[in-house]
Design a protein around this ligand. Sequence first.
Ligand code: ADP
Length: 587
Amino acid sequence: MAEKECGFAPLVFRLHGGAPLVVREVLLERGWEEYDEDEQEEGDWNLYWRSSGFRNSDYKNILPWQRLNHHLKMTHITHKDYLARHLRRMKSAFGAALYDFSPAAFILPNEYTKFLGVYTKNRTTDGGKSCYWICKPVHLSRGRGIFLFKDIKDLVYDSSVIIQRYISNPLLISGYKFDLRIYVCVKSFCPLVIYMHQEGLVRFATEKYTLASLDNLYSHLTNTSINKFGLCYAMDKERVGRGCKWTMSKFRSFLHKQDINELLLWHRISNIITLTLLAAVPCIPSNPNCLELLGFDILIDSSYKPWLLEVNHSPALSLDCPADVTVKKGLINDIIDLMNYRMMDGFRQKEDLRKRYTRSGRWYLKPQIPLLPKTLHATPSGNRSWNRSISTSSSSQDTVLCSVNDCARNNSRYASRPVHPNSKSTMCSGHEKAPQKLEKMNIEVESDDLKLTTLNSTRQAHRNTPSSVFKLPSLHIHKLKSPTVPWNRRTQDRDIPPCRVGDFILTFPFNEATWKASQDQVDVKAIVNEVRKLTNRLGSSFNEKKRTKADSSQSCNAVRDKFEFLLWGPKDPPLLSECYSSNSETK
Ligand code: ADP
C-alpha cells in the first residue's frame, strides 16, 4: 500500500496531540507509518497534522517533501470578528448585492453604539416583531456561550462578542432546523486554488424549531456538541431519524424529491466560499507545502438562500455516528490525494542528505547528488522515451527505480518498477554525473503509475552540466490523479488544477480569466468581477424554462473554455458549461 502511495519507502505522518484519530486511521490504512520521535530524525516525515496552528519556525524549516495541514494566519477568516470585518470591507468595496450572504454583524463592545442604532431602527420600523439577534463569544466555538435575544435588555456579555442578525426563517425538515457543514480545501493561496468537497454533513437541531422559546438551544443551535446531549438525540425523529446528522448525499436526494434546483444552490454556496476566501487572501502568506481544510457553516433559509454563519479552522473530525464515518474517512483520503504526494516524497533522506540542502528562498540540492536523473534513449521503435532512475547515497535506501516504456499504452506513458541497485540495467547507467535542473524539465510523476510525460530541450541542455543547480521539482504541481475527469482532457495547459480529486470539486479558478488573475499576486478585483459575470450568466440560465437536451448539448459545444469545472450533483456532477443555456452564452 505504501508503495502504491509513493512508489518507495512508506510515507511518514506526524500527529500532534489532539489531532483527529481518523487521520491516523486513514493514513495507516494507506500504508503510511507514524513518526516516532525517538527513532526517527527530525525531518524524517512527510505530513505533520495539527488541530491547532503551527509555529512560525515550522514553516521556516519545512523541507521539500513535507506538508503541513495549516497555512499561516488563517485566523483572518476563522475568527468570528476578523471574518465579520473582512466581509464588511468587501461589501463596501464590491457592493452589497454580491456580499449579501452573511448576516449583519457587530463586534462588541467596540461597536455597541453602531448596533444600538440598527437595533433601534428595526424596533421603530416594524415594532421589532421580526428581528432576532444571536450573540456569540468571539473566541469560543462549538456553540459555547451562545444565546438568542430579541430585546436589548437581555443582552449581557462579559467578553468580546459578535452580535449577528438571527436568520429566523430557516429551511426546516419536518420542523427541525439544520445547517450544512461544507468541507473546503484551500490547496494554495497564490495561485488561489480552492476545492469544495461534494460530501459534507447536514447537522440538525434535535427539537422542533420555534421562536416561542429562544432559550431552547436544542431547537436553535445545530452544533452536534450540544445536540448530542439533548433528550431527543437518540429518538427516531420524523424524517430526520436518530441522532442529528445526515450525509450530504442524503440531503441531495431529499432536495431531488422536493424538485429543488440544487445546482443553483451549489453554485451560490461555491460563490460564498470563493468570495469569503477572497476577503482574506491578501493577508495570508502562500506556502506551497501547506494546505488548509476548512469547515464552512451554511444555513439555508426558507427561500433557499444560503447564508454563511462562520468558517471553522480544523473542523471536527471525530467519528460520532455512521454519517461521520462515511463522510470524514472519505474526506481525509481525498485530502491526502489532493496533497499530491509523489514518489520522490518517499525519499526523505536522512541527515546526510539534509545537509546537502541549502536554503536560499527555495530548497536546492547540491549538484553532486544525482537524485532523479533521467536519460533519454531511443526505443527499438524509434520513439523517444525517458528512463528514470533514482539513487541515493544512503546505503539502506540504495534503490534504483527504472521506468519501463509501456509502448502498448502510449509513447509518453511509462510503467515503473523498482529494481535492485546492483541491477546491470543499461537503462540506468551514466546518471552519476548528470545532475539536472528538474523544475525546468517540467517533470510529471503521478504517484500510482509513475507516468513521466513531458520533456523539453532544457532538460537535454542541462543533462551534462555538472555545475547546474539541481533543483527539486515544486511540490505544488497542480496535476493530480482525477478519477472522474482525467487531467488535461481537453487542454494542453499543464498548470491548471484538475476539476476533481476524489470528491473534491474544483471551485476556484473557474475560468481562464480567474486562473490568470490569481497567479503572481491575486487580483481580487478582477476575480470578483468574474464571479459577478458568472453569477449573472448562471442566473439568467437557471431562470429559463427547462431546456431540452438538444439545447444543452448545443450550449456545451458553444463554451470554449479550458475549464471544465463541475457543479454539485448526486454522483457525477455535470460540467458547469452544461448548465449554461445557449441564450446566456450569447450575452
Ligand atoms: P460556534 O463556532 O460556536 O459553533 P456558530 O456561529 O457556528 O458558532 O453558531 C452555532 C450555531 O448557531 C450554528 O450552527 C447555527 O445553528 C446557529 N446560528 C449561528 N448564527 C446564526 C444566525 N445568524 N442565524 C441563525 N442561526 C445561527
